[in-house]
Design a protein around this ligand. Structure first.
Ligand code: 5AD
Ligand code: SF4
Length: 483
């Protein structure tokens, strides 16, 4: 999938890796008599979904807690993208099964992408959980929990063609009060042959643009200064128009992704807008021009390539060739000079030859990504690749190819950060640096982290930072007057 999710190779990634599996908390209110402990794994979309789950259960009297010991209800929002993600969750569920021995009233449930695939195994064979709920069935959670209290196991893994949770106000979990996610669509229709997402999250559907803009406005009024618009393939966002290009309602405007971006960017010039993830086959110049027109749309694009070889891309069913991809990169460089670009790469996909792997390395040398999320291919059940191709690249070859990819990217990431040293960057302050109380950190439009002395500044402010140095890919500098 195009969620920039599992990201162990980057400083930014480390931040979100730390978040993985982290409990999320909202303050208790007097009407909330029960406690929910919620752990989220995987992509940003899952973290965003957990905020919807917390909102729905908030309505049913649940306050969230960071302390699993005091929970009445434990929910794991799970990820199925690669086998190791699933293994982590299964381990965690075994721990909770132990906990249930001493706390017979404790209810444990699985949400998200592992729900549909593993429901029988989890509920019946291993008896690990009481409750299994898929990504489109969260509104049903209060009923399902009641059903469990009535002594039954409860399941709802139905996928929907319409559900977007459009009007549900997410409860912002573990919020820094400055940056937030907004889901703009759900599901994916692309069927990349390696990817399990179309099976776990169902068909693509876009959310009403008015509800998106309303959410952005509310966030801005609450003091938030950055929103990230989330979808598996944001470039295919569409409202009031069907897949064949037919307008549904002549009285309403058609909104595609470029227009949506401009609508959200127009909420306020001080509200930064990011988005994830773009798809090379669908990313139009319109989107790039919209980014160029608005200073507050961040100049950073995550454009997963997966492989640098056209035959592999064909087997992956990605819908573009190496040349097409490089043309999209050229368009970014032309329309948005200096824009930072990141990617996802898979090493050792079915049938990948040494020459094909070399093509990935040569494409990386050509593009010089600022950052990348890099993975070994992991075969997923029911996918096209599982049915059509053999997972025939030996584990040690996959490992070696991945190491080569990581090493090359390391050089490019450092060189990219080095180029930013000596320049002045507009930075949105997100908080106090983890390493020192005396320093603040924030991000540049290019999504690079910058650290600088605290002075009189506060989170949520914009400052200009003269980058004087870097440690790894983090910029260090001092605040200077706006140029
Ligand atoms: N094996 C390895 N990596 C995968 N991804 C998706 N499915 C698989 C898989 N089966 C990667 C892709 C995607 C990112 C989110 O995860 O690179 O863009
Ligand atoms: Fe992304 Fe392709 Fe998976 Fe869709 S099928 S989520 S586009 S990798």
């Amino acid at each position: 999938m195009n969620d920039s999710s599992h990201r162990p190779q980057h400083a930014d990634a480390l931040l979100s890796e730390e978040l993985q599996g982290a409990p999320t908390v909202v303050p208790a209110q007097p009407t909330h008599t029960k406690k929910l402990y919620l752990e989220s794994y995987g992509c940003q979309m899952n973290f965003s979904d957990s905020e919807i789950v917390a909102s729905i259960l908030d309505g049913a009297g649940y306050a969230t807690t960071r302390n699993e010991e005091e929970a009445d209800l434990i929910l794991l929002n799970t990820c199925a993208i690669r086998d190791n993600a699933e293994q982590r969750v299964l381990k965690r569920l075994t721990q909770f099964k132990q906990a249930k021995r001493n706390r017979p009233k404790l209810v444990v449930g699985v949400l998200g992408c592992m729900a549909e695939r593993l429901r029988e195994n989890l509920l019946e064979q291993q008896k690990l959980v009481d409750l299994v709920v898929g990504p489109d069935a969260y509104r049903d959670l209060p009923n399902l929990v009641e059903q469990v209290h009535g002594g039954q196991k409860a399941v709802n893994v139905l996928l929907s063609r319409e559900e977007t949770y459009a009007e549900i106000s997410p409860v912002r979990l573990d919020a820094n009060g400055i940056t937030a996610f907004i889901s703009i669509m759900r599901g994916c229709d692309n069927m990349c042959s390696f990817c399990v997402v179309p099976f776990t999250r169902g068909r693509e559907r876009s959310r009403d643009p008015q509800s998106i803009v309303r959410e952005a406005k509310e966030l801005f009024e609450q003091g938030y200064r950055e929103v990230t618009l989330l979808g598996q393939n944001v470039d295919s966002y569409k409202w009031n128009i069907d897949n064949k290009g037919q307008i549904k309602n002549a009285d309403e405007p058609v909104v595609r992704f470029a227009e949506l971006l401009e609508l959200v960017a127009s909420v306020h010039p001080d509200l930064r807008v990011r988005f994830s993830t773009s798809h090379p086959k669908d990313m139009t110049d319109d989107v790039l021009h919209a980014m160029a027109r608005h200073e507050n749309i961040c100049k950073y694009i995550h454009l997963p390539v997966q492989s640098g070889n056209s035959d592999v891309l064909k087997r992956m069913n990605r819908g573009y060739t190496r040349e097409w991809y490089l043309d999209r990169i050229a368009a970014i460089r032309r329309i948005l000079p200096g824009c930072s670009i990141s990617t996802d790469v898979i090493a050792g996909f079915c049938g990948e030859t040494e020459a094909e792997h070399q093509d990935t390395l040569s494409l990386m040398r050509e593009v010089k990504y600022d950052m990348a999320y890099m993975f070994k291919y992991s075969e997923r059940p029911r996918t096209l690749a599982e049915r059509k191709f053999e997972d025939d690249v030996p584990e040690e070859v996959k490992g070696r190819r991945l190491r080569e990819i990581i090493e090359l990217q390391g050089e490019h990431s450092l060189a990219g950060a080095e180029r930013l040293v000596g320049q002045v960057h507009k930075v949105l302050i997100e908080g106090v640096s983890k390493k020192s109380e005396e320093e603040l950190f924030g991000r540049t439009t290019h999504n690079t982290i910058a650290v600088f002395p605290r002075g009189e500044h506060r989170a949520g402010e914009y400052v200009h930072v003269h980058a004087t140095d870097r440690s790894s890919v983090t910029l260090r500098g001092t605040v200077v007057p706006a140029p």
